[in-house]
Write a protein that binds this ligand. Structure first.
Ligand SMILES: NC(=O)c1ccc[n+]([C@@H]2O[C@H](COP(=O)([O-])OP(=O)(O)OC[C@H]3O[C@@H](n4cnc5c(N)ncnc54)[C@H](O)[C@@H]3O)[C@@H](O)[C@H]2O)c1
Length: 257
């Protein structure tokens, strides 16, 4: 029960990594505020938390919308009274080299993946500053560190989130708030399943090729990332500040050939 008495907000917790993390955090004793744009998906996560004996509440919000995010934070504070951990997980993919993507596609990825981190943080951090306590976890990606074909907009956002993590840590260290980032490799979630289906004629062949890119020769699971998020959320990581944590099957620092 490493998160006993802690309240956690997880954005994008209706699917994939956010959902697995919500279920794990609830098992570890946290009260979990499950956020998502999609109401049925978010409600389903809460149902699974409660069915397993945990405490969860769904708050629908679009992380790119000021009023929506303000209302989410107010509601969470009214429900539970304090927020100990914010996991800025919600994100979307962006496929294409610069010459292939339209300005509107670029703006959308930037908006969700960067503004969608800025806004929840902006409205949660004053509360953490007042309490002089908190852990903020940002979802970056190992793509912030390595070049990968046709991911220009996505890579730009995940690099920005990593830079933001370090800068925020300097600002908020005096308030005993830790800010760290997760850098997953390819994790088999609906996000990746959908990308495989829409980007390749043969998704199974594409999956095999993705697998061969990792030293592990396999893709990660949402639980692999949830376990890393648990470490950053809990006091076990109290000496980690402004750090990237890689969960990538060796893809960033190893070469499989
Ligand atoms: N799956 C991977 O291989 C991988 C690797 C590295 C990083 N990531 C990052 O992990 C995060 C989660 O990815 P996933 O694979 O679990 O994706 P997913 O698509 O399975 O889940 C993302 C969730 O975010 C929600 N969401 C999207 N836009 C939103 C918005 N504006 N407001 C609120 N919720 C919104 C979606 O409804 C969805 O439920 C993303 O930031 C992604 O970039 C994923």
């Amino acid at each position: 029960m490493r998160l006993r008495n802690k309240t956690v907000i997880i954005t994008g917790a209706g699917s994939g990594i956010g959902k697995s993390t919500a279920l794990l955090f609830a098992r570890e004793g946290a009260t979990v505020i499950v956020n998502d744009l999609q109401e049925p998906a978010g409600e389903q996560t809460v149902k699974e938390i409660r069915d397993a004996g945990g405490i969860g509440h769904f708050i629908q919000a679009d992380v790119t919308d000021v009023q929506s995010v303000q209302a989410m934070v107010d509601k969470a504070l009214n429900l539970v009274g304090h927020i100990d951990v914010l996991f800025n997980n919600a994100g979307i993919s962006g496929v294409g080299a610069i010459h292939e993507i339209e300005p509107e596609q670029w703006d959308k990825v930037i908006n969700v993946n960067i503004r969608g981190v800025f806004l929840p943080t902006k409205y949660v951090v004053p509360h953490m500053m007042e309490r002089k306590s908190g852990s903020i976890i940002h979802m970056s990606s190992c793509i912030a560190e390595i070049g990968l074909a046709r991911r220009a907009s996505y890579a730009a956002t995940k690099g920005a989130v990593l830079a933001l993590t370090k800068s925020m840590q300097v600002d908020y260290a005096p308030y005993n708030i830790r800010v760290n980032a997760l850098l997953p490799g390819t994790i088999l979630t609906p996000f990746v399943e959908n990308y495989l289906k829409t980007s390749y004629a043969d998704p199974e062949e594409a999956k095999r090729s993705l697998k061969s890119r990792q030293l592990s020769n396999d893709l990660g699971s949402p639980e692999d990332v949830a376990n890393a998020a648990l470490f950053l959320a809990s006091d076990d990581s109290k000496f980690m500040m402004g750090s990237p944590l890689y969960i990538d099957g060796g893809v960033t620092f190893g070469k499989n050939a």
